[in-house]
Design a protein around this ligand. Structure first.
Ligand code: HEC
Ligand code: HEC
Length: 305
């Protein structure tokens, strides 16, 4: 009701409610005044189906009292609960308040659990089955729409299970990614590389870095052109996690595999973005979720190191 900018609608709604209740009582009173027509045969003169005649009896007592009781109930209800315009009722109940109370209770119930995880290292949280069950649920609700329910990603969206990291896969970096999101930018590079042929050559050089099928003559011609790429991808093409440039030597292709895909990257550049997710979680949830994501690519004995 707080959406109203003036009192008018509140009063309007409250007035309709009160008038309706009073009108019910008046109707009851008027109906109760019907007098038995002792002078005649006490029928109204209405006849249906040949011989079904309408009598003029007063309302049954029990019925009238039931009616009165519902009116009394309505008045008590309106005094205690919201119903009269913006009047909130004696109990101060509201659906949002009730929801918030349930949320608070739920949070209070799991607080000791989260407190326990909070003081554990992410590497240890990742070994706790209960924490991982919570982490998986958080992931399914918020991250799976993009990264997939198996966390293996999609074109443009990284696989989180493979230990190939644009930004570095430590729990702290994963936490920062969740809180702040990510933004990676590769500018269109065609002009810096040279002609379309030069771009094709450098693409073949990039393919050669991962041992992918390529034209070796073109690759050797493209190699010197790679200096403009090296600023971000490193002289060896292994990428630079502080700026999130991809490793070009590992045969994992976020934006598509092959000469054509690489040429498109060079010509068009790319802005790849993950929106910040921090405001969807409490710090405790982020701790558990980051541990879960870290655990996806650090399973088994490797996780112990
Ligand atoms: C709207 C889609 C979207 C959602 C939702 C999303 N992500 Fe991402 N995520 C991306 C994209 C796109 C990237 C790649 C960004 C880049 O290129 O640097 C990414 C990157 C990441 C990375 C870095 C991967 C690397 O290789 O360094 C992590 C970790 C990550 N996401 C975790 C999560 C988690 C956990 C959630 C849920 C809280 C989540 N993401 C929700 C789209 C999304
Ligand atoms: C200003 C920094 C910058 C420069 C210069 C740059 N890149 Fe990139 N490149 C990036 C970033 C950042 C990404 C990762 C985009 C993402 O996270 O989705 C990327 C991604 C790529 C990819 C996609 C990798 C994959 O896994 O699909 C290819 C291919 C690529 N770059 C090739 C090149 C080539 C070739 C050059 C030189 C002509 C070059 N880049 C120059 C920053 C750069």
């Amino acid at each position: 009701m707080s959406d109203f900018t003036s009192n008018f609608w509140s009063i309007y709604v409250a007035a309709i409610t009160v008038v309706s209740i009073v009108a019910c009582l008046v109707l009851l009173w008027l109906s109760g005044k019907a007098k038995v027509m002792a002078s005649s045969d006490n029928t109204t003169g209405h006849v249906w189906d040949g011989d079904l005649r309408e009598m003029n009896n007063p309302l049954p007592r029990w019925w009238a009292w039931l009616f009165v009781i519902t009116v009394i109930f309505a008045l008590i209800y309106l005094a205690l609960y919201p119903g009269l315009g913006t009047y909130g009722g004696k109990f101060g109940w509201s659906s949002t308040g009730q929801h918030q109370a349930e949320v608070d209770k739920g949070n209070a119930d799991v607080a000791p659990l989260y407190a326990k995880f909070m003081v554990m290292k992410p590497e240890d949280v990742a070994k706790d089955p209960q924490a991982m069950a919570i982490g998986e649920r958080l992931f399914m609700n918020t991250c799976a729409p993009c990264h997939g329910s198996d966390a293996r990603g999609n074109k443009g969206i990284p696989n989180l299970t493979d230990n190939d990291w644009l930004g570095g896969g430590t729990p702290d970096i994963i936490k920062a990614d969740i809180i702040k999101g990510r933004r990676a930018q590769m500018p269109p590079m065609a002009a810096a590389v040279g002609t379309a042929d030069d771009v094709k050559n450098v693409a073949n050089y990039v393919l050669s870095l991962s041992g992918s099928p390529h034209d070796s003559l073109r690759a050797s011609l493209g190699k010197p052109k790679f200096v403009v790429c090296a600023a971000c991808h490193g002289p060896d093409g292994k990428g630079n996690q502080t700026i999130g440039s991809a490793n070009l030597t590992d045969d994992i292709w976020l934006h598509g595999y092959g000469e054509a895909a690489i040429i498109a990257m060079v010509n068009n550049g790319k802005i790849n973005q993950m929106p910040a997710q921090g405001d969807k979680f409490t710090p405790e949830q982020i701790h558990v979720l980051a541990s879960y994501v870290w655990g996806l690519s650090n399973k088994g004995p490797a996780a112990a190191k």
